[in-house]
Design a protein. Sequence first.
Length: 234
Amino acid sequence: MSIFRKTIRSRKKGFSLVEVLLALAVLGVAMLSVMGLMNATFETVSKNVLTRQALGVYSCLDRAFSSVDTVIGPDGNALVKSGQMTKPSFDYVYEWVQNKTGKNWNDALFLVCVPRRLNPSDDSTPQNVLQIVKCESASGAPTQAELTDLNVEGPAYFMRVYLSPQLEGRYVEMDAKGEVLATQYTVGSSLPSNVDRYALPYLPLTVDIYPYSAGSAETEDQVPVLTQFLVVSR
């Protein structure tokens, strides 16, 4: 009788193979759920970081359009030197974008924002600035060699700038006497070729901001990290 009781008692101490497999399955599902949540969290954090950096790029562009002598070419030289400016910054920006209607990918002004180190690399206290580089075209963004020559340290961002659709219906043109013409602006149209014939005291633009990696193809298939509305005042 005692031997029978011991046998029953010993059987109650273990788990069957089916129970072990069920437990492992439940644990696996739980781990997959946790991993999914962790991946989603990491993606959200990464997107938030990119968005914050893109907002900094947007602020840099806003300042650069207010003072175009800070805009440089891929060689690092200012496109318009402060001592050689013959007109307001607004006029230069207007010339850059007056026919950039955004109708297709290439119909825009292309810029790259780069974080540059100004002092020697062996200096223990870095002096870094964000600077806007004007490109000749979407495919004319700085190469890796040019970025190295510019002492770029940190992530760069690619920008596509074009006339904002908010110009739709605005009276944007004046005649030689300064009288505003009754012609309304339609999306996809160019602005008057002469800035003096432009009737509005501001220029509304749309800015699409993308991460930039030298050598990568910038195409219209990309999704911008940030799209912002920018107003350049006269």
